[in-house]
Design a protein around this ligand. Structure first.
Ligand code: GCO
Length: 448
């Protein structure tokens, strides 16, 4: 019987991001503002307000403190820190906001773990088809980390380069809304280069006690059935969604059969720059990616999304509940990428929740799912994986990109219009796990 106990010092956290929680007030225009405003779908899908975290962070941090949360992974908004290039100078008001957030977290015994880039690019900086954006990003990353590295000891350079490059430039699903094979391969290489340049700049200039990592969205891919064409589709999906980011980061270069698609973009010592072997790897895991072959010549991926096993519980987002996939990816990374230190920087469940009744939001399925994923993480740890922490996505309900405010991941409810915060039952459950440093059986009595 596996112990339900996590190792001593396991870092329990919650995650969020600036573009999904901060309003547009007092910051520069971002690529996502432009993308959303091109095709407005009403207030439920607008990022104009989000949760006004930039004005209400004290209230949120107080709730995290009360719950015993040990770390808070948030992101710093590039458009807020550099609303215009201004010879590289930073906006004082924007800097002061993060100064206050970091200080308040530390004063409350919560470790700040900032993500430098969570997809929001100031409109003056361009987009990842342009190699120069990689250098602009690295210059910004160094300036912003030098400001706070006296107090911040873990930095996450990127959040999910795959989502940025594939969904932004390959499928037009995300900002800037491009669907082009050439643009996608250019963007993949340039986000890798941006990340590598930032790693080198931070490693050279930050204090030696600062740990530098980055976060990839990772899961082992599967065909929707075991037919040869769908097994091949899964191999292709692993290469383009995972390996083209993971392998160069760990010095393995691009997958051989995709190399020709990158040749136009690789220059000089790019691959040495990209090879960064981070101090820790952040993994965002929700569920496996299921695909099926697609021979349509217009689909340059060669596969399309497939059906997940029908017996898996569905959530309000496109993710199913699949804990064994978490164990699988953790063991795979451990075995194939030099047993790195790992933090799960995101895992979470969007639910169609009931309204509050007598001040309680009963999102019990979320507690059950958290328990199952904690159990899956414990299995990986028992097999030797250096899993050092887990951050639930998300601290509060927030703006879920093109799904807007309609999808709720949070441990804390944020009411539309009033922005009133209400802790959900799952926050009390997560708090109990933290307090016992264990995967607690969710049906045990939980004080609210
Ligand atoms: C991502 C992003 C988050 C999402 C979360 C839920 O992983 O896509 O980091 O911004 O909101 O994953 O989809």
């Amino acid at each position: 019987m596996l112990s339900k106990k996590f190792p001593k010092g396991f870092l329990w956290g919650v995650s969020s991001s600036a573009p999904q929680t901060e309003s547009r007030k007092n910051r520069g225009v971002s690529n996502w503002d432009i993308f959303i405003d091109k095709n407005p779908k009403g207030d439920d899908y607008s990022n104009k307000i989000c949760t006004e975290f930039e004005e209400r962070y004290e209230e949120d941090i107080k709730l995290l403190k009360q719950a015993g949360i040990k770390s808070f992974r948030f992101s710093i908004s590039w458009p807020r820190i550099q609303p215009a290039y201004n010879n590289g100078s930073l906006d004082k008001t924007g800097v002061e906001l993060y100064n206050k957030i970091i200080n308040l977290l530390i004063d409350n015994g919560i470790e700040p773990i900032p993500t430098i880039f969570h997809w929001d690019i100031p409109d003056w900086a361009g987009d990842f088809r342009d190699r120069n954006l990689a250098y602009r990003f690295a210059e910004y990353a160094l300036k912003v980390t030098e400001l706070f590295s006296d107090r911040v000891k873990k930095w996450i350079i990127f959040n999910e380069p795959s989502s940025v490059a594939l969904l932004g430039y390959g499928t037009a699903t995300f900002a800037p809304g491009i669907a082009s094979k050439e643009s996608m391969f250019a963007a993949i290489h340039h986000v890798n280069l941006a990340q590598g340049l930032a790693f080198k700049a931070l490693r050279t200039n930050l204090p030696s006690d600062v740990k530098i990592g980055t976060t990839l969205s990772l899961s082992r891919t599967r065909g929707e059935d075991d037919s040869p064409e769908n097994i091949e589709a899964a191999r292709k999906a692993w290469e383009i969604f995972d390996a083209v980011f993971l392998d160069p980061l760990y010095g393995k270069g691009y997958p051989q059969d995709l190399l020709s698609s990158f040749e136009a973009y690789i220059k000089n010592d790019d691959m040495d720059i990209i090879n960064s072997s981070p101090d820790f790897l952040g993994i965002n895991y929700y569920c496996r990616l299921y695909v099926k072959a697609d021979s349509d010549p217009k689909n340059f991926f060669g596969f399309t999304s497939g059906q997940a096993p029908k017996e898996l519980p569905k959530t309000q987002s496109s993710f199913v509940v699949e804990p064994d996939g978490l164990t699988e990816i953790l063991l795979y990374i451990h075995k194939n990428y030099n047993s790195p230190d790992i933090y799960i920087t995101e895992t979470g469940f969007a639910l169609d929740e009931p309204e509050a009744s007598h001040g309680v939001i009963d999102d019990s399925p979320r507690s059950q799912y958290i328990y199952e994923y904690l159990d899956a993480a414990l299995e990986a740890i028992s097999k030797g994986v250096n899993l050092l922490g887990l951050s639930y996505w998300a601290a509060t309900d927030n703006w879920e990109w093109t799904s807007g405010l309609t999808i709720k991941f949070g441990l804390i409810r944020v009411e539309k219009n009033t922005l009133l915060r209400t802790p959900k039952k799952s926050l009390a459950y997560y708090s109990k796990c933290i307090n016992e440093n264990s995967a607690v059986e969710p049906d045990s009595e939980i004080d609210l």
